[in-house]
Design a protein around this ligand. Structure first.
Ligand SMILES: NC(=O)c1ccc[n+]([C@@H]2O[C@H](COP(=O)([O-])OP(=O)(O)OC[C@H]3O[C@@H](n4cnc5c(N)ncnc54)[C@H](OP(=O)(O)O)[C@@H]3O)[C@@H](O)[C@H]2O)c1
Length: 255
């Protein structure tokens, strides 16, 4: 399905990005995988290699550092000579409302979830125009719906969704599609990394199972399936879309 296609995935060392890398590998893609944790990234690269017999390129980098972002793109182009698909997946989560989110926390969220997406996409676009490629941004249900207690994160994902819409219009005449996936709660390390204790996480998941009409939270592979679909020729007439992968939660209203 993706034979000969070069796919660059940020945040490939964990969770949704890792599942996406493995799925693309099983469909024949040539991968450029990036993250900060070298050991985790290597483990995922090995799993990809088992699926495809082709060794992914791994690039260690911190997306909050502009020179690392530039290096990620440059290394991909130097190694493969082109780019077909960009998956802007890396992100961090933080809780807090307007009363208890500091401006420093706001800056940290935007520095990770928004700014590098802008820069990496800006750098990648000339290459994507050449290949008539596409972009999938990993947003969140929090970009589409309002959650009082995840303010900065929700704002960052709403910014990402509007980025998807605006960039899709700019690039449609150049045959580059741009879409987002908007997951509900998915089991990954992101909640623990945001400071949630294990006991809190168990309670949170119980509550969240009920919040999703399908009756459970999601798995990283279910988001990966949607990303791979949007990146494929099966989605050839879809651009500027924000696709909820949320078990129906996007339509829930308290009653
Ligand atoms: N899990 C959910 O419930 C959920 C729901 C909606 C949306 N999402 C979105 O899905 C995306 C992936 O999240 P996940 O759940 O898979 O989380 P995760 O398991 O914590 O993975 C996050 C990934 O982002 C990378 N990353 C974070 N900060 C980075 C930085 N400064 N520089 C480079 N890489 C960085 C991490 O790299 P290292 O580990 O190598 O540092 C890791 O690979 C995020 O954009 C998140 O907002 C998740």
């Amino acid at each position: 399905m993706f034979s000969g296609k070069v796919v660059l995935i940020t945040g490939a060392s964990s969770g949704i990005g890792a599942a996406t890398a493995i799925s693309f590998a099983s469909k024949g893609a040539l991968l450029a995988l990036t993250g900060r944790n070298a050991i985790n990234l290597q483990n995922i690269a090995e799993k990809c290699e088992e699926k495809s017999n082709s060794k992914p390129l791994t690039i260690i980098g911190d997306l909050t550092i502009d020179s690392d972002v530039r290096n990620i793109l440059d290394t991909t182009i130097k190694s493969y000579g082109k780019l077909d698909i960009l998956i802007n997946n890396a992100g961090i989560l933080a809780s807090g409302s307007i009363e208890d989110t500091t401006i420093e926390q706001y800056d940290e969220i935007f520095a990770t979830n928004v700014r590098p997406v802008y820069l990496l996409t800006h750098l990648a676009v000339p290459h994507l125009i050449k290949t008539k490629g596409n972009i999938v941004n990993v947003s969140s249900l929090a970009g589409l719906r309002a959650f009082a207690v995840v303010l900065a994160y929700s704002m960052s994902k709403a910014a990402l969704d509007h980025f998807t819409r605006c960039v899709s219009l700019a690039l449609a005449p150049k045959h580059v599609r741009v879409n987002s996936v908007n997951p509900g709660v998915i089991i990954t390390d992101i909640h623990a990394r945001s400071g949630m204790l294990k006991t809190e996480y168990i309670e949170y998941l119980k509550k969240m199972n009920d919040m999703h009409p399908i009756g459970r939270v999601g798995e990283a592979e279910e988001v990966a399936n949607a990303i791979v679909f949007l990146a494929s020729d099966e989605a050839s007439f879809i651009t500027g879309e924000t696709l909820s992968v949320a078990g129906g939660r996007q339509h829930v209203c308290p009653r």
